[in-house]
Every structure is written in structure tokens, then in C-alpha cells.
Design a protein around this ligand. Structure first.
Ligand code: FMN
Length: 294
């Protein structure tokens, strides 16, 4: 296997689930389908988190990740939760929204792989200095926490790839199908992290209203929320038109591309089969202009 993300995480496909669920059912479906399932660990009580990790293991024997946005994890719980990752032999810990120097080495010394989610080249250099095993780069379009930054996928991935040629690099956000996978791989990523696409699946226990908003969204239905971490959310006027309520529900711009609820397996199939098709179409399109290759 040449793909460094697959090799690092021990998975068949370089497809990581974003931290969109505190329930192991969706994550286990992603791991079973060959990706890296994920459990959102920041806001779950520590004893309950341990139960959910154990439940995850009952559902699948494949690797999975637990995610902690550092600044959103209650300060009193963070050390206990980090120790738990080691005690429970969690394969991958994904940290975000905070300083990667705080926990990376501690977790690695305990046997966990560590990936850090970040929104700019500056943060990527800091994560590399902290010694992370992989970088998950999250652009302005994504449903995640971008702070003040609005760097687009088209710029974020190549700038990080140029600066850190040997770093396993995963593109988070704005990907819902094979064309997205092919595009970020062309930019220099070796894998993807999907949040919004996995919320809109059969296996996802997300609120019916969230799924309804994702299916109804167009390209202008989301905006950047205010506050400390600034996630992307539904525009209140859009939510009002769809649900009759002005709500800000966290979701990526990519919701504009999601028009049906699929099984996790079908999402995975559309990424891989559609990715091959899209990259072939792009190759054919470019080849037309290079007579000496034809
Ligand atoms: C509802 C929701 C909750 C999320 N919660 C977290 C979280 O707790 N920690 C984190 O690092 N990212 C979180 N994210 C970001 C995802 O992990 C992922 O990077 C992002 O959704 C990718 O963008 P996409 O939605 O366009 O696929 C969340 C995203 C959504 C939509």
C-alpha cells in the first residue's frame, strides 16, 4: 500500500469521518466500510466516553479515531480523557482547535497516532513542529472550526504540500463525492475527512432537521458563525424557509452537493468509483491539449 494515510491508520481507504457524532454507530459503519470512523469526545462525560469507546469496539474490530477540539474540551476533563485514549488503546486521536504541542507527544508515547486539524499553513508548520503523525487541513468551505481564517481548499492543500512534502496530508471539508476526492488528491492531499456527507447517511443518528437542511441547501445556504471557533452553519433565513425556525445548524458548504441520504457504503463507493471516473475525465480533458502524448 503506497498511500501514507492508509498505512498510518491501518485502513483500506484514506477516508476519515469528521467528528460529527458522539454515537459509535455511525463511526463503526465508516470503519467497517474501510474508512477511519470517529467518535466526538470533547463534550461526553469521561465515564460515558469510555463506555462509547468500548461499544465502538463491540461494533467493529477495525481502527477508529476519537476527536477532541482542545479549547472546547472541559479543562478539568482533558487529562483524564487523554490518559483514557492510551488505556483504551485508541488507534488514532484527532485534535483540533488548540495547540498541538499540548498532547501530541504524550499520546504518541502511549501508542496513539495523532492527527491535528488546522486551517492555515502557519498552523501546519506549528503542528509539524509538535511532531504530529498527520495533518488534517480544513478550508473555509468546511463545516469545521476555522477561527478567523478563510483560506480556500485550492490554496490550503498545495501550500501545505509544498512546505511539508513528507507529511501525510488529509483534506477536510467540501468533499462529498468522487470528484471532490480526485480534486484534493490532485492538489496534493492523500486522503479526505468528510463531515457533512456522513451526517446525511442512513446510519447517522443526527437530528432529522439537520439532515433536512443538508438536503435542501444550495451554495449560499451556509455562513461562518461568530464565536471562538467559528464553525460553518446554516443561515437562519434559510433554516426558517425550510424548517419554519431560524436555526444555525453546523454544516459545510458541500451540503449544496448532497441531495440524498445514502448508506455509508454507498458514500464510500461513490468516492472511490466516482474518484476514478472524475480523475480519468480530467486526464482525458487535459490530454486533448498535448498532441505529443496522444
Ligand atoms: C455537526 C458538526 C460537528 C463537528 N464537530 C467537530 C468536532 O467536535 N471536532 C472537530 O475537530 N471537528 C468537528 N467538525 C468538523 C468535521 O470534523 C469535519 O472536519 C468537517 O465537517 C469537514 O467539512 P465538511 O462538513 O464540509 O465535510 C464538525 C462538523 C460538523 C458538521
Amino acid at each position: 500500500m503506497k498511500n501514507r494515510v492508509c498505512e498510518l491508520f491501518g485502513v483500506r481507504y484514506p477516508v476519515v469521518m469528521g467528528a460529527v457524532s458522539q454515537d459509535p454507530v455511525l463511526g463503526a459503519a465508516v470503519s467497517e466500510a474501510g474508512g477511519l470512523g470517529c467518535l466526538a469526545g470533547a463534550l461526553v462525560d469521561p465515564a460515558e466516553l469510555r463506555n462509547r469507546i468500548r461499544r465502538f469496539r463491540e461494533l467493529t474490530d477495525r481502527p477508529f479515531a476519537v476527536n477532541f477540539p482542545i479549547v472546547l474540551t472541559p479543562e478539568k476533563q482533558i487529562e483524564e480523557k487523554m490518559r483514557m485514549m492510551i488505556d483504551e488503546h485508541v488507534a488514532v486521536v484527532i485534535t483540533s482547535a488548540g495547540n498541538p504541542k499540548l498532547w501530541t507527544k504524550f499520546l504518541q508515547d502511549g501508542g496513539c497516532k495523532v492527527a491535528h486539524v488546522l486551517p492555515t499553513l502557519y498552523h501546519a508548520m506549528k503542528a509539524a513542529e509538535a511532531g504530529v503523525d498527520a495533518i488534517i487541513a480544513e478550508p473555509a468551505e468546511s463545516g469545521g472550526y476555522r477561527g478567523e481564517h478563510e483560506v480556500s481548499m485550492m490554496v490550503l492543500i498545495p501550500t501545505i504540500r509544498r512546505a511539508l512534502p513528507n507529511m501525510p496530508l488529509i483534506a477536510a471539508g467540501a468533499v462529498a463525492d468522487g470528484a471532490g476526492l480526485a480534486a484534493v488528491m490532485a492538489l496534493g492531499a492523500e486522503g479526505v475527512q468528510l463531515g457533512t456527507r456522513f451526517i446525511a447517511t442512513v446510519e447517522s443518528g443526527a437530528a432529522a432537521q439537520s439532515k433536512q437542511l443538508i438536503l435542501a441547501a444550495t451554495d449560499t445556504s451556509t455562513m461562518s458563525a461568530e464565536g471562538r471557533v467559528k464553525p460553518r452553519v446554516s443561515r437562519p433565513e434559510f433554516a426558517e424557509a425550510v424548517l419554519g425556525e431560524r436555526k444555525q445548524v453546523q454544516m459545510g458548504q458541500v451540503s449544496a452537493l448532497i441531495t440524498e441520504i445514502l448508506t455509508v457504503k454507498d458514500v464510500m463507493r461513490s468516492l472511490i468509483d466516482g474518484g476514478l471516473e472524475a480523475s480519468q475525465a480530467a486526464t482525458d480533458g487535459i490530454r486533448e491539449f498535448v498532441p505529443q502524448i496522444v
